[in-house]
Write a protein that binds this ligand. Structure first.
Ligand code: NAD
Length: 262
């Protein structure tokens, strides 16, 4: 019997087979969860997602449009989901965006609009989707929410710029949502993953160097895989993590503890 048998999970953020959200979807599926997916509306991404979902044997899988910068889309997503499912047990937010010019050059040059756009899509969206999901979590008697962050919050990572501030907002939101929703048995955590080569990461200069550094200097002396992140997400969605909420869970082979390296 899988760890997520009988659970219904919404996965947001599969762009292609390299997406962290796809690693999570595969791990959830392996553990017996019933899945639904959202996509931002780009026909190419929808085609990728549809092809990937077709590789998962089993039940009908709802695929619904949701550009998370739109409150109307968020409302429509949960209306569509409610028409299919009576409840929701887990929500995976694996979505981020910053204008490319806000990920290059000097931090001091980050624009007001660029920063607000990054926060809107990458952080406030968590707030928006969780609020819209509340009735479905209540119907389930609780739930587990998780998002993805990167340790460019407490450490400075060159060129992460606007996205670093958006991730700081996301991590603070995680704690505030956890405190607010805990009495309803809804847990909210964020996974701080090591660097992986994905579509979103290709916009960040130096991702290959970050992976080389992790392999050479992380306590476990290796890079993280999509599958490993999927397994951490399974734990957070499962009953085994029922005492954990408001946490930033590092899945980075210990890189976050490293100060000076030799
Ligand atoms: P990805 O490009 O595969 O996923 C990003 C997703 O965000 C895509 O599916 C994209 O469609 C979606 N998205 C962007 N704007 C959207 C919008 N307005 N509405 C709805 N969806 C939108 O890349 P990824 O690396 O898998 O990123 C997933 C998450 O993991 C992000 O939060 C990212 O910051 C985080 N993360 C990535 C790394 C890494 O090294 N790749 C490390 C730590 C954390």
């Amino acid at each position: 019997m899988g760890l997520l048998e009988g659970k219904k999970a919404l996965i947001m953020g599969v762009a292609n087979r390299r997406s962290i959200a796809w690693g999570i979807a595969q791990a959830f599926h392996r553990e017996g969860a019933e899945l639904a997916f959202s996509h931002p509306g780009d026909p190419r991404l929808l085609e990728n997602l549809t092809e990937l979902v077709a590789t998962l044997p089993g039940r009908e899988t709802p695929i619904v449009k949701c550009d998370v910068s739109s409150d109307e889309d968020i409302a429509a997503l949960f209306e569509a989901l409610r028409a299919k499912w009576d409840r929701l047990d887990a929500l995976v937010h694996s979505v981020a965006f910053a204008p490319i010019e806000e990920l290059r050059g000097r931090f001091v040059q980050v624009s007001r609009k660029g920063l607000l756009d990054a926060i809107s899509v990458s952080a406030y969206s968590l707030h928006g989707v969780v609020r819209a999901a509340l009735p479905m979590f209540e119907a389930a008697g609780g739930g587990s929410v998780m998002s993805m962050t990167f340790n460019a919050v407490e450490r400075v990572v060159p060129s992460y710029n606007a996205m670093a501030v958006a991730k700081a907002v996301l991590e603070a939101e995680t704690r505030y949502l956890a405190a607010d929703l805990g009495p309803q048995n809804i847990r909210v955590n964020t996974i701080s993953a090591g660097p992986l080569k994905t579509l979103a990461a290709s916009a960040v200069k130096g991702i290959s160097r970050a992976r080389d550094l992790m392999e050479a200097k992380a306590p476990l002396r290796r890079n993280i895989t999509q599958e490993e992140i999927g397994n951490v997400a399974v734990f957070l969605a499962s009953e085994w993590s029922r005492a954990i909420t408001g946490a930033t869970v590092y899945a980075d082979n210990g890189m976050n503890i490293v100060g000076v390296t030799d």
